[in-house]
Design a protein around this ligand. Structure first.
Ligand SMILES: Nc1ncnc2c1ncn2[C@@H]1O[C@H](COP(=O)(O)OP(=O)(O)O)[C@@H](O)[C@H]1O
Ligand SMILES: [Mg+2]
Length: 358
């Protein structure tokens, strides 16, 4: 079995409701936006849905984060559109050997010409307009519906408000495309989709992705056998208690504990190995957590407020209630806290408890 934390994962624990919901949105032609902190499994979830639908729809995937400017964004989209027709690296091939594409993929020359001409478009405004029309145009020509998945969509802000407005205006006219957006920067995503003043307000149904269901994680971990190594009951409970259904850490901790058992020539993962694995994950993430903590502490008393919420400290009486609630609001916007004022990253919390003196 491929147990991969952080990379492309084929294991999907739980998420049945979410998968069904997204599929029914797609069927209805309702666009949707998936919002959750990083590593909550947004990309994994959408990929699972798209894998199931790949025979019935043209699947077009675009990672906004991967583009450094608008032209590159358009090129990535053009590539993704041709990829949905089985042609890889269209943009590069179109520069090197366009005839090869026509012959190798038996694509209608009409189809190839559209992309080929587009790459020679000198005006950036025209390029955006035509590139973002491609999914709808190709879907119509193929007599199929398309699903366009825009990952890390919060990042679209980088390209300026004008681009965001334009995209909305184009998307609105598309009859053959369902859009799925996913984004981590909760505040940006909320601003884009929930702020009345923003172009995308009311465009997509919002899905706030929660942590995984603990019982489903338990069932998965108990049933797991990797090369004859399994996890005893207390080890499973320790993993659940530490990771609280956080998909990335859940898989990561299983993986690290498994490696330790393997090195010990043991066929059983016990709680002491899980403990060692937790230490390793905390060490590996130390630099990242330290930067996070420093960033939080740029604002006076913000770190205190966070520590008080996890029971590590009390906030000085000099801090007014309104300042405190302002800090909490910011921590929520930065996705450090969820709406229930709990930390979204269970290992960052464990790191704070171990490393930050009162
Ligand atoms: N439903 C799930 N079941 C098991 N593992 C998951 C699940 N969702 C995510 N993961 C694990 O967490 C990692 C991060 O998930 P990812 O989808 O990349 O998060 P996001 O896109 O929200 O940042 C994945 O590489 C995978 O190891
Ligand atoms: Mg992702």
């Amino acid at each position: 079995m491929r147990i991969n934390a952080g990379g492309l994962s084929t294991i999907v624990v739980g998420r049945e409701r979410e998968i069904k919901t997204i599929k029914s949105y797609i069927k209805m032609g309702q666009h949707c936006a998936i919002v959750a902190p990083r590593r909550y499994g947004k990309t994994t979830l959408v990929n699972a849905v798209l894998e199931d639908l790949k025979n019935d729809y043209l699947i077009i995937k675009l990672d906004i984060f991967a583009a450094s400017n608008v032209r590159e964004l358009c090129h990535l989209l053009i590539d993704a559109v041709y990829q949905s027709h089985g042609v890889s690296n269209f943009v590069k091939s179109a520069k090197d050997n366009i005839l090869d594409i026509v012959s190798r993929f038996k694509l209608d020359t009409d189809f190839v010409k559209i992309g080929y001409d587009l790459l020679r478009e000198p005006s950036e405004a025209e390029l955006i307009k035509k590139a973002f029309q491609l999914p709808d145009l190709f879907a119509e020509k193929q007599n199929k519906r398309a699903i366009v998945f825009m990952d890390e969509f919060g990042d679209i802000e980088r390209f300026g408000e004008d681009v965001v407005k334009k995209l909305r205006a184009y998307f609105q006219t598309h009859q053959h495309v369902s859009y799925i957006f996913a984004g981590s920067q909760t505040s940006v995503m909320n601003k884009v989709f929930l702020d009345k003043a923003n172009a995308f307000f009311n465009f997509a149904s919002i899905m706030n992705l929660p942590l995984l269901d603990i019982d489903q994680c338990r069932t998965f971990a108990k049933g797991l056998r990797i090369d004859h190594i399994q996890f005893n009951e207390q080890a499973v409970e320790k993993i659940l208690e530490t990771t609280q259904g956080h998909p990335y850490y859940f898989i990561k901790l299983i993986q690290e504990a498994y490696v330790l058992a393997y090195l010990d020539d043991s066929s059983l993962v016990t709680p002491d190995l899980v403990d060692k694995a937790i230490q390793k994950i905390l060490r590996d993430n130390h630099a990242f957590f330290e930067v996070e903590w420093d960033r939080i502490n740029v604002k006076k008393h913000k770190g205190h407020v966070l520590k008080s919420l996890i029971g590590l400290d009390t906030v000085s009486e000099q801090v007014s209630l309104s300042y405190k609630s302002q800090m909490i609001k910011e921590l929520k916007n930065e996705a450090v806290l969820n709406n229930e004022k709990q930390m979204t990253d269970p290992l960052f919390k464990a790191w704070l408890i171990r490393n930050i003196a009162i």
